[in-house]
Design a protein around this ligand. Structure first.
Ligand code: FMN
Length: 202
């Protein structure tokens, strides 16, 4: 394990359930892989831009001269994509917002899902290029989505698994911190998630 990339999304600091579990996982990863570089990318501290016309052109042109001319516009996407490709393990710690992922995380995804870098079209369909990586999802939510009537409302885990699979990351484990808005469940949710961190296959 050379590098671990941890993406943290919640704008909340000490009250954030996903961040507190991410901290526990970071501590365990540091124990298990003391020589690995742990890169923590805080999407609440570093606001990523939405893709604009010039960036879109810069990261999708197939003309080498145009790519060279637009190098500066592609810089941030290049950096984030390099950071992902250089990592062996990706951790995404995010809240559920309005049944999906916060737009800050979507902005990161839009900057790293790159034709020719993280996926490519081939005769057999789409080929993920971010191979031999593992991912761990830490998902905090006010309600419960692993069972019960709200399960079909979860557009976080299915989407993240689908988009990671699209770029070749299929070894994905999930830790839930769920029921944070349900007092009876919230009391134990963080402790339960901390326990789950302890038994992850790392
Ligand atoms: C803007 C916003 C939207 C939310 N939408 C949902 C939702 O759709 N479903 C849900 O179960 N919880 C929802 N919640 C509750 C959060 O998922 C929950 O508080 C979670 O603990 C937030 O993660 P954090 O503690 O890491 O910040 C929402 C919270 C906020 C602030």
């Amino acid at each position: 394990m050379k590098q671990i990339l941890m993406i943290e999304v919640s704008p909340r600091a000490k009250d954030s359930a996903s961040r507190s579990i991410a901290d526990a996982l970071a501590a365990r990863l540091t124990d298990v892989y003391p020589s690995a570089k742990l890169v923590r990318r805080d999407l609440a501290a570093d606001h990523l831009p939405h893709l604009d016309e010039i960036t879109l052109r810069a990261i999708s042109t197939k003309d080498p001269a145009e790519a060279e001319r637009l190098k500066e516009a592609a810089r941030q996407s290049d950096q984030l994509t390099d950071e992902l490709l250089e990592s062996d393990l990706l951790v995404i710690a995010t809240p559920m917002w309005n049944f999906g992922i916060p737009s800050a995380l979507k902005a990161w995804i839009d900057l790293v899902i790159r034709p020719g870098r993280t996926f490519q079209y081939s005769a057999g369909g789409v080929l993920g290029l971010a191979k031999s990586k593992k991912a761990i999802l830490i998902l905090a939510s006010g309600g419960v989505f692993t069972e019960g009537p709200w399960r079909p409302w979860d557009f976080v885990e299915p989407y993240l698994r689908q988009i990671l699979g699209f770029i070749g990351i299929v070894d994905v484990q999930t830790v839930r911190v769920e029921g944070m808005n349900i007092p009876d469940l919230a009391i134990n949710a963080v402790a339960k998630a901390n326990k789950a961190i302890g038994v992850l296959a790392l």
